[in-house]
Design a protein around this ligand. Structure first.
Ligand code: ZN
Length: 153
């Protein structure tokens, strides 16, 4: 999770919502990703999607069986869908996202009986560190917006 947090900080440096992710296979990190949605002007540029794409390239297979994803924030519906599609074994989550998460908050796409694949979930790993990064980011964003408003008045 520490490596995923490092990725989240890369997003932070680009003024992106700080979400980071790594995928591990046989004890080794095989791919990394961080949120680049604004930078790339692409709604698909979530940390998890980037990491899944890179991991599949490395494994030479769309199936990521035996892999574990470490992600700083609970995945959204798109990423949870991609995780199921990749047949990922396990997802380790930093903090939950009550407003958009689809690994248990709004729904749990990772563990629906009626899909052909379910992923194990471990949540709350380095939760404090992951959530304080998010809080700090949004606090700074609000301050920046306030300043911008003041300057334009
Ligand atoms: Zn996502």
């Amino acid at each position: 999770m520490k490596e995923a947090i490092k990725q989240a900080k890369k997003a932070y440096a680009l003024e992106e919502t700080p979400i980071g992710c790594v995928i591990v296979y046989e004890g080794k990190i095989i791919s990394r990703g961080y949120n680049r949605r604004n930078t790339d002007k692409n709604p698909l540029a979530h940390a998890e999607i980037t990491a899944i794409r890179k991991a599949s390239r490395k494994m030479g297979d769309w199936r990521l069986e035996g892999c574990t994803m470490y992600v700083t924030l609970e995945p959204c519906q798109m990423c949870a869908g991609a995780i199921v599609q990749s047949r990922m074994d396990r997802v380790v989550i930093g903090c939950m996202n009550p407003k958009a998460g689809c690994a248990g908050s709004i729904l749990n796409l990772l563990q629906m009986d009626r899909f052909n694949h379910q992923a194990q979930i471990t949540a709350g790993v380095l939760e404090e560190e992951c959530s304080s990064l998010m809080k700090q980011f949004f606090r700074e964003l609000r301050e920046k917006k306030k300043k911008a408003k003041k300057n334009s008045a």
